[in-house]
Design a binder for this molecule. Structure first.
Ligand SMILES: *Cc1c(COP(=O)(O)O)cnc(C)c1O
Length: 415
């Protein structure tokens, strides 16, 4: 029999007020209404395992089990969370004269987005705490991940998404057996539906940072990155930022690793948003601790269309503590970057991932970063989950084919 993983959780800490809560109870937000973060006995982790032992385990997020809250092995809900590859962009490097531009491609995870990391841990914890009915507002990818992990755990899942959520996401959620509705509003309006139904439906709200465990799953993105790079992190991370779990989770990971002495250098964290929805960029520029809700949010990068994030102050803190910055790019720049990476480097990124490439170009051009910096972009979802530009060339194989016209690049090649 395999022993249960040791747990080093000491409790939950309110990220706003600092008060502490026990870990083995169902909790959403703190009493003061702030996100709760999981606190660990880092000395205990250091005494029980070293980084070489961790690196020697089978790959994937569960090799970092000492840094995760799940107590009982049987409660781990897993769909095969692979170690995601780091892919280079040699054409970008050459074109822009940059030393090293890499992409951590999170699209290879179950349900084709990094939302799987968060939901793997959150659904495992829901199982451990005896929850059976879960609800979520989502722009698509989180809903798909919850639907899949919820199905695996035999739970009832309710999902609410904005009406223009990519079709493939909504169908994926439904095919996993979750109950899903398109809502005539944005993600905040979907969140209000979840709140309004809380008493009558007795569901648990799995919203970003309204429960403490999704962020722990996202943390493994930072742990894995350090591990893959031999504990030598890049100079700058460009991260597509919506609710902020990725930035907050990775920054938590880097701080825990630094406390253990497993890393010495932490990267500058750059929050990338779309010009049509850039509350964090505005707050960063104005030097405030919290962001104002963004009016009339719109962008093709639906995963980062989050007008108001409950963890805004944690995102801003990570950016500032790391010496990073926040930057917005236009949808046109996102489309251009997506096509360039697909055509010249062979990597199909999601619009959110492409936004980090566009932001990198912009930051390099305005000297916010140096050509000598080692840069890591994050592609958090698969390009195939979004509408793609149409391609409608046809060919009549009965008629003669005009190959000269084909070679000349023409669409109509019937002779
Ligand atoms: C959810 C999502 C993001 C942003 O997530 P954060 O919560 O800000 O970490 C970025 N890209 C994709 C594809 C997403 O699904």
């Amino acid at each position: 029999m395999i022993a249960d993983p040791p747990t080093f959780v000491t409790g939950l800490v309110c990220s706003g007020a600092g008060d502490r809560y026990g870990a083995n109870h169902i909790r959403g937000l703190s009493d003061a209404g702030w996100p709760l973060l999981v606190d660990y006995d880092l000395d205990g982790i250091a005494a029980s395992v070293d980084r070489d032992a961790v690196s020697g385990r089978p790959p994937g997020m569960w090799r970092y089990r000492e840094f995760l809250p799940v107590r009982t092995r049987d409660n781990i809900v897993s769909l095969g969370e692979v170690e995601t590859p780091i892919v280079s962009l040699p054409d970008v490097e050459q074109r822009l004269g940059s030393r090293s531009v890499l992409v951590k491609d999170e699209s290879r995870l179950p349900t084709a987005s990094f939302k799987a990391r968060g939901m793997a841990v959150a659904v495992s914890m829901a199982k451990e705490l005896g929850l059976t009915r879960l609800a979520l507002p989502t722009n698509g990818n989180a809903g798909a991940a919850l639907a899949a992990y919820g199905a695996r755990a035999g739970m009832e899942v309710y999902v609410f998404c904005p009406e223009d959520t990519p079709e493939v996401n909504v169908r994926e959620i439904a095919l996993h057996g979750a109950r899903v509705w398109r809502v005539n509003g944005l993600i905040g309006d979907c969140g209000k539906v979840v709140q309004a139904g809380a008493d009558e439906m007795q569901w648990f709200d799995m919203s970003t940072l309204k429960e403490p465990y999704r962020i722990e799953g996202k943390k493994t993105m930072g742990l894995e990155l350090a591990d893959q790079l031999d504990w030598d992190l890049p100079d700058v991370i460009f991260y597509p930022t919506g609710g902020g779990t990725g930035i907050i989770g990775m920054w938590k990971a880097f701080n825990e690793l630094e406390a253990l002495g497993w890393i010495t250098k932490k990267p500058r964290m750059v929050a990338v948003q779309a010009e049509g929805c850039a509350p964090i960029v505005k707050a960063w520029a104005e030097g405030t601790d919290h962001a104002e809700p963004w009016e009339g949010a719109h962008t093709i990068a639906t995963g980062i269309r989050v007008p108001a994030a409950i963890g805004d102050f944690l995102i801003l803190r990570a950016i500032r503590q790391s010496g990073g910055f926040a930057i917005a790019v236009s949808d046109e720049a996102i489309n251009r970057a997506q096509a360039a990476a697909a055509q010249r480097d062979g990597l199909l990124m999601s619009p959110e991932g492409a936004a980090t490439l566009a932001a990198f170009e912009k930051a390099l051009a305005s000297a916010l970063i140096d050509p000598d910096d080692q840069v890591m972009l994050f592609n958090c979802g698969h390009g195939l989950k979004y509408p793609m530009p149409p391609s409608d060339q046809t060919l009549d194989h009965i008629r003669p084919i005009d190959f000269a016209a084909m070679a000349a690049g023409r669409a109509d090649v019937s002779g």
